[in-house]
Design a protein around this ligand. Structure first.
Ligand code: ZN
Length: 446
C-alpha cells in the first residue's frame, strides 16, 4: 500500500468556495461513514488507479456504496478510481461519472474514496464510466512536480529544505529554510529547476519498505510507517510522495518565481509552473504594457519612465510649494485689507476656498500671522473633504487647538495642534462654513 502525501509538504487550495464545499462534503462524509464503518467493516478499499498512472483520465468501475443525503448532492464509492481525492489539503480532481459532475472526492482511507456528484447516485453494483477533468489534473501535476524540482534545487544549491507548500488560486507558495535569501540566490534555484525541466528527465515511481527507504538519500523523511511510495526524478531528486506527477520533467514546462519575502525565519517564495507560469506572464505583460502605453513607450521602458515621472513629480511639488509661499504672502496682504479689527483691535481673517489642500492653507495662515494681532480661520473644500487651518500671531488671543476640536466636531472629523496653530478636517463639507463661523463667534465673544 503506497503512502498518501506527506502532510508536512502538501498543497492546500485557499479558495473560499472550495473551502465551503470541503466543509459540506466533510459533513456528508461523516454522516455516511459513521454508521457504514460499523455496518460494513470489510468493505474493500478503493483501488487508486492514479498511483500507477497519473495520466489515466477515463476508467470503468463498479459502485460499491452510495448515498443520497444533501439536497442535490449524492456520493458514491467505487471499487477503483482515477480521481485523486482531497487529502491532507491536496485539492481533489473533478470530472464526471456517467456524465454527472463529480464536484469533489474525499479520501475515507479504509472506507474508500467518496465521489460527490450532482444528481442521483447510480445503484450499487452498477458499472460506471469515470472521466477526469484533464486541464485541472495537468495543472496539479505541473504545480506539484514543479515543487519537487524547485525544492530539490534549493537543497542542491543551498542545502535549504522546503518546510511547506501551498497551491493557491493563481500561483503556489513554498517556505524554504534559506539562510540568506536574495533575488540572485532564488533566481539561481529557478535556473537550475528550469534546466532540470528542459533536460526532460524521467520521473519514476517505486515502492520500498521502510527499511530500504532508510538506506536511500531521500530529500525528506516520511512520517509514514511501512511501505513507502518514492518519486524519483532521474539523477536529481528522490522523495516519498502520494501525489500525481509528470511522466517526465519536460511536462512541467517551466517554473517562474513571482516574488518572495521573509516570513518567520523562512523565505516564502511565490512561484508558478506550467500553464500558471504562462498565465502569470500574460498578466505581468498586460500590466507592463498598460503602464508603458501611458508613456507611449516600449514595454521594457515602463519602470524606468515611471521612476522618472515620479522624480519629476516630486520636483514639481517642491516648486509648487515654493510658489505657494510667495503667492500666500501676496494673498495675505489682500485678505488683511478686508478684515476689520474687532473692539480689542484683533483682526480675524475668515475665508473658505475651493481645491486647496491642508499644506496650501497652512502656508497662507503662516503668511497672515506674520502681521500682529491677526487670527486666521481658513477652510477649503478639497476633493470631497473639508480642510481647516486655524492660526494666530503671538500677540493675538485664543486657543487654536480648542477652536479646532470644536470645528472638527462640526464637520465630522478630527484635528488638533497647538495654541497658536492647529489643523484638521472632516467629511461633512456642507458644515465647513458653520464650523468657521462658530470659531469666529467664540473669538468675538471672548
Ligand atoms: Zn509529489
Amino acid at each position: 500500500m503506497a503512502s498518501p502525501l506527506d502532510l508536512r509538504e502538501v498543497p492546500r487550495f485557499e479558495i473560499s468556495c472550495l473551502a465551503c464545499m470541503y466543509l459540506l462534503v466533510r459533513l456528508l462524509t461523516q454522516q455516511i461513514q459513521g454508521p457504514k464503518k460499523a455496518q460494513r467493516p470489510n468493505m474493500p478499499a478503493t483501488e487508486r488507479l492514479y498511483y500507477t498512472d497519473s495520466h489515466l483520465i477515463e476508467f470503468e468501475a463498479r459502485v460499491i456504496d452510495r448515498t443520497d443525503r444533501v439536497s442535490g448532492w449524492t456520493a458514491v464509492t467505487l471499487d477503483r478510481t482515477a480521481f485523486y481525492p482531497t487529502g491532507g489539503g491536496q485539492p481533489s480532481d473533478t470530472g464526471t461519472l456517467d456524465g454527472k459532475r463529480v464536484l469533489e472526492c474525499i479520501d475515507g482511507e479504509e472506507t474508500g474514496i467518496l465521489h460527490v456528484i450532482q444528481g442521483r447516485a447510480p445503484e450499487v453494483g452498477t458499472i460506471v464510466k469515470g472521466r477526469i477533468d484533464w486541464a485541472r489534473r495537468l495543472d496539479h501535476i505541473q504545480q506539484h512536480t514543479g515543487q519537487h524540482i524547485l525544492s530539490q534545487a534549493f537543497v542542491t544549491l543551498f542545502n535549504a529544505p522546503t518546510r511547506s507548500f501551498r497551491v493557491l488560486h493563481d500561483f503556489c507558495e513554498i517556505d524554504v529554510e534559506l539562510t540568506n535569501p536574495t533575488n540572485e540566490a532564488i533566481e539561481r534555484a529557478v535556473e537550475l529547476a528550469n534546466n532540470v525541466i528542459w533536460e526532460d528527465r524521467e520521473i519514476t515511481i517505486r515502492n520500498v519498505t521502510g527499511e530500504e527507504a532508510g538506506r536511500l538519500p531521500l530529500r525528506k523523511d516520511s512520517s509514514r510507517d511501512g511501505e513507502l511510495r518514492l518519486i524519483e526524478i532521474e539523477g536529481f531528486d528522490l522523495t516519498p510522495c502520494g501525489g500525481t506527477h509528470a511522466y517526465r520533467t519536460g511536462e512541467v514546462g517551466m517554473i517562474a518565481v513571482r516574488t518572495w519575502e521573509r516570513a518567520k525565519g523562512l523565505a516564502r517564495i511565490e512561484f508558478a509552473a506550467g500553464i500558471r507560469a504562462l498565465g502569470d506572464y500574460r498578466r505581468a505583460n498586460k500590466t507592463a504594457r498598460a503602464v508603458a502605453s501611458l508613456f507611449s513607450a516600449g514595454r521594457d521602458d515602463a519602470a524606468k519612465l515611471t521612476a522618472r515621472m515620479l522624480e519629476e513629480n516630486k520636483d514639481l511639488n517642491r516648486r509648487l510649494r515654493t510658489l505657494e509661499e510667495i503667492a500666500a504672502r501676496v494673498e495675505a496682504q489682500e485678505l488683511l485689507v478686508t478684515a476689520l479689527p474687532n473692539p480689542t483691535g484683533d483682526r480675524v481673517v475668515m475665508h473658505v476656498f475651493d481645491n486647496r489642500d491642508g499644506e496650501a492653507l497652512k502656508h497662507l495662515a503662516q503668511a497672515l500671522i506674520v502681521y500682529p494681532n491677526t487670527i486666521a480661520l481658513l477652510g477649503s473644500r478639497d476633493r470631497g473633504a473639508a480642510r481647516i487651518v486655524f492660526a494666530r500671531s503671538a500677540d493675538a488671543p485664543g486657543d487654536m487647538n480648542a477652536l479646532m476640536r470644536q470645528a472638527c466636531a462640526i464637520v465630522d472629523g478630527r484635528g488638533g495642534g497647538k495654541a497658536d496653530l492647529a489643523q484638521g478636517g472632516g467629511k461633512n463639507v456642507e458644515k465647513l462654513e458653520d464650523a468657521l463661523a462658530a470659531a469666529k463667534k467664540r473669538i468675538d465673544d471672548a
